[in-house]
Design a protein around this ligand. Structure first.
Ligand code: KMH
Ligand code: ZN
Length: 272
């Protein structure tokens, strides 16, 4: 098995400080959380940005401020910007952080009910984002909330818009989307081509069991406040680092080494 790549989704776009007092919002807070996650073994930081009022933002400037603060903190992890943004943002808005030419970005390959909202990713939006990633030299990670999203991702490969190595993130347990079951995870893994990198992001209390499964199955794991704020039932995590550290401990018991950012870059095909 390859070394385990841990992604820390430290903030997300939907949560507020009211929901989660430890949520990092300002660039300084984001950098501190990124540093804690890095110190515990995260090789990838999945990043959203906020504006000065703490609202979700896809502006290149807001991303740049957080990225500069993260680098100043000493965290050398791969920074994966979001092109999902927040529900309701336009496709043009969502392209914002790509103009910074980051090495890695999410690419959502289908629409999905998202709680009471609908996260819209029409074929035109998907292809537009894939083309923008080519234009700015950014490697995508496909965000998969439903099985059909895998087929949409493979259509982009067929069109020549995304090249191997392919990287998938299975997000399981969003209310309204694919259920967070072992059977669904195995099914999705069997649906993608062999020798393809995959990560699982389990939502809420499903983060830990699905992450544990991925460790033993040879996949990678995403944890963090964007997906789950609890360390255990009723106990809120005080830092993303706690969630990363637990996965790193499980990996150690499983005899699986943790990938450094440099090793993760090679596995994920970044900077190629
Ligand atoms: N905020 C969600 C609607 C991504 O980062 O690409 C979408 C999301 C996915 O978070
Ligand atoms: Zn996200």
């Amino acid at each position: 098995m390859d070394k385990l790549i841990i992604t820390a989704a430290i903030q997300g776009a939907e949560l507020t400080k009211k929901d989660m007092p430890h949520l990092p919002v300002s660039p300084f807070e984001v950098a501190e959380e990124a540093r804690r996650a890095c110190n515990e073994g995260a090789a990838v930081i999945h990043l959203h940005a906020r504006d000065k009022n703490g609202n979700p933002s896809q502006s290149a400037q807001d991303y740049e401020e957080s990225i500069e603060a993260i680098r100043a903190s000493g965290c050398r992890a791969i920074i994966q910007v979001s092109t999902g943004g927040a529900v309701g943002m336009t496709a043009e808005e969502r392209i914002g952080p790509l103009t910074l030419r980051p090495e890695y970005a999410t690419l959502n390959t289908g629409s999905v009910n998202f709680g009471r909202d609908v996260f819209v990713n029409s074929p035109d939006v998907i292809e537009g984002l894939a083309k923008a990633m080519n234009q700015y030299g950014v490697k995508p990670e496909f965000e998969i909330f439903e099985e059909g999203h895998v087929h949409n991702a493979m259509a982009l490969v067929k069109l020549g818009l995304v090249a191997a190595p392919l990287n998938f993130d299975f997000v399981l347990g969003v209310p309204g989307a694919m259920a967070p079951t072992a059977r669904n995870l195995v099914h999705l893994v069997e649906t993608i081509p062999a020798q393809t990198n995959w990560t699982v992001a389990g939502i809420g209390r499903h983060e830990l069991p699905l992450g544990g499964m991925a460790v033993f199955m040879g996949g990678n794991v995403r944890v963090g406040f964007e997906d789950n704020i609890y360390f255990s039932k009723g106990v809120v995590a005080t830092s993303n680092g706690e969630l990363v550290a637990r996965i790193a401990r499980i990996a150690k018991e499983a005899g699986r080494d943790i990938a450094s950012p440099e090793e993760a870059r090679r596995i994920l095909g970044l900077g190629a």
